[in-house]
Design a protein around this ligand. Structure first.
Ligand SMILES: *Cc1c(COP(=O)(O)O)cnc(C)c1O
Length: 382
């Protein structure tokens, strides 16, 4: 048996112990953590929709119309009108023939990878991909090859080798801990040239990247390039919960037959799908949220670069300050918290060894004064 007590003590010694703070009240940028008011720079609620009055009202209306739970999996009796309408609206938004709801993004990635790939096939993944893409490849039992971050030459060399079986390339669209973008146009060309599937996980791109918020694909290849399997999550910029896969008719029907994380799990509550229809509408209509967010990102980057802080190249809401060792990250995070700013230390194995960081995220719900306060406090500490 594993000595759990020893393991836990060691995690403390290594500054790798993970703890949860308790938030009361709604999600937002000014929240109450462990009973104290703080300004949060760490959620994925990039557009400030998690507590948007119309989205909250739609959730209440959804509960009135559909009750609290879905009662069953989609293929039994859990697939409600609210799910179905949301799927149609997500398909239209992403410019695809079809979309399929999953209960979480983690399950969507596991479902797609394990349904499409199997023993004898090969999955190629960026080394910094989200854990769910890695776990999906493992579950599929395909060979997993992880190429250096954004290294298209290595990927091309690997794809050019003779292989048996199918190939699939999977990449985050916006890398979740680094905030930079995958070169989706090159990935698309490589996938075409080497007859590989391409799966883009746009958990952090949808709603935020691209002029219309249609995500990384809009930015790189046009949103409706349907050679690409698109996975999107609803718990981030959409502010609610759940995930979807968008693609062609056959792909979606195939997933309904074969994706085990779709088939063998309870459908998400229809009221949540109902609320997400409203958040999709707000996300499409409120261009000012994306504009304001971009202004905040520029302000933060300019502010921090004056103090010599190195930030990623991309103007996404994820702007990590990489400090290296877990202890430094923890000390900084605690010092910020004492000053009323919440930015948890992100440590291995969430990021590679030596890559501990403060993962700053911005939201359209932040005000300029919040960002100025963050710049000031970081300048004092760094
Ligand atoms: C958050 C995230 C997921 C998982 O989505 P959930 O709906 O939270 O399970 C998958 N991929 C990436 C890149 C993510 O950031």
């Amino acid at each position: 048996m594993k000595p759990l007590t020893e393991f836990l003590a060691q995690q403390h010694t290594l500054s790798l112990y993970r703890e949860r703070g308790i938030v009361d009240g709604p999600q937002g940028v000014e929240i109450t953590l462990n009973g104290r008011p703080v300004v949060a720079f760490c959620s994925n609620d990039y557009l400030g929709l998690a507590n948007h009055p119309e989205v909250v009202a739609a959730l209440q209306e959804g509960a009135r119309l559909y009750g609290a739970g879905s009662g069953a999996a989609h293929l039994i009796s859990g697939h409600s009108e609210a799910h179905h309408l949301l799927e149609q609206e997500l398909a239209a938004f992403t410019g695809r023939p079809r979309a399929l709801l999953f209960s979480t993004g983690y399950m969507a990635n596991l479902g797609v990878l394990s349904a499409l790939m199997g023993r004898g096939d090969t999955v190629f993944e960026d080394r910094l991909n989200h854990a769910s893409l890695v776990d999906g490849a493992r579950l599929s039992q395909a060979r997993l090859r992880r190429y250096p971050h954004r290294d298209m030459e290595t990927l091309e060399a690997w794809l050019s080798r003779p292989r048996d079986g199918d190939a699939l390339i999977a990449s985050d669209g916006v890398f979740s801990m680094d905030g930079d973008l995958a070169p989706v146009d090159t990935l698309r060309d490589l996938a075409r040239r080497h007859s590989a599937w391409l799966l883009i996980d746009d958990a952090h791109g949808l709603g935020v990247v691209g002029a219309g918020g249609r995500g990384s694909l809009e930015q790189w290849v046009g949103a409706d390039d349907d050679g690409i399997i698109l996975m999107g999550t609803l718990g981030k910029a959409f502010g609610t919960f759940g995930a979807f896969v968008a693609g062609g008719e056959d792909l979606i029907e195939y997933l309904i037959q074969r994706a085990r994380t779709y088939i063998y799990t309870t459908a998400l509550p229809p009221a949540v799908a109902h609320a997400t229809r409203t958040s999709l509408r707000v996300l499409r209509e409120d261009d000012w949220r994306r504009t304001h967010l971009q202004q905040l990102i520029t302000r933060l980057r300019n502010g921090l670069s004056r103090f010599g802080v190195k930030l990623p190249a991309a103007h996404t809401p994820i702007q990590p300050v990489v400090v290296g060792d877990p202890d430094t990250a923890l000390v900084l995070s605690r010092a910020l918290l004492r000053r009323g700013l919440l930015i948890p230390a992100i440590r291995p194995p969430t990021v590679p060894q030596g890559g501990a960081r403060l993962r700053i995220t911005l939201s359209a719900a932040h005000q300029t004064s919040h960002v100025d306060r963050l710049i000031e406090e970081l300048a004092r500490l760094l």
